[in-house]
Every structure is written in structure tokens, then in C-alpha cells.
Design a protein around this ligand. Structure first.
Ligand code: FES
Length: 122
């Protein structure tokens, strides 16, 4: 049995507090915090929507199961809590609603035009 665990600290910006837990290696970080009674932001739980996005302040998380965050966003230090697996000590910071979604998709959504024009311009 693997008894290794890693200290994961989450700076929960929306609630202005820091939470630290020892998460067993290989365990899902969001689920472990929830089991401990900590309700963190999430929606799809499938690595797709970015509701659970965090900024990785220090350390490392395994987020190889996620498809909702581009390699470019990952290289800028963002991660998704719902698919994050504990593999080392890490400090993470929750993001404001839609902050990461806008960074990743905003430029594309803003450029979408159809031949009939924008229905919101009426
Ligand atoms: S809850 Fe949707 S990406 Fe994590």
C-alpha cells in the first residue's frame, strides 16, 4: 500500500481563505477536498468547462486526463481541479468565474460572425 501523500494548498480567492490538506498520491484533488467537507468551484467534473480552473502558484499536479485546457494555457500555469491528481506538493489558486474561459475562448467567440449579423445587435 502506498502511504505517500502530498500537501496541497488551495488559495480559495472567492472565500478569501487558504485550505491545506495532505492528499494521498494518485488521488483526485477536488474529490479529496470534498470528502473533507470543502466545497470548491466545479461544474462538469470532466475537465471540459474550466469552472474549476486554478492557477498553479508552485509545485506540480497531474492533469493529463483533462481536455478542456489548451497546452498553451497549461504552459501559462493554469490547471483544472476536477481532473487534477496529486503527484507532488502544490499551491493552487482558484480563478474568478469565466476568467480562464475568456482567456482561452474569448478571442474566438468575439470573432464569430454569420451572414445574418449578430442577433444581439438588434
Ligand atoms: S468542473 Fe468543468 S473543467 Fe473542472
Amino acid at each position: 500500500m502506498n502511504n505517500i501523500s502530498h500537501k496541497i494548498t488551495i488559495n480559495f480567492k472567492q472565500e478569501n481563505r487558504k485550505i491545506s490538506l495532505d492528499v494521498p498520491e494518485g488521488e483526485n484533488i477536488l474529490q479529496h477536498f470534498e470528502k473533507s467537507g470543502e466545497k470548491l468551484p466545479f461544474s462538469c467534473r470532466n475537465g471540459c468547462c474550466t469552472t474549476c480552473a486554478v492557477k498553479i502558484i508552485s509545485g506540480t499536479i497531474d492533469q493529463s486526463q483533462g481536455i478542456g485546457l489548451s497546452k498553451q494555457m497549461q504552459s501559462r500555469g493554469y490547471g483544472l481541479l476536477c481532473i487534477a491528481i496529486a503527484i507532488a506538493q502544490a499551491e493552487l489558486e482558484t480563478q474568478e468565474d469565466d476568467e480562464v474561459y475568456e482567456l482561452q475562448f474569448g478571442k474566438y467567440l468575439g470573432s464569430i460572425k454569420n451572414k445574418a449579423g449578430n442577433p444581439f445587435d438588434i
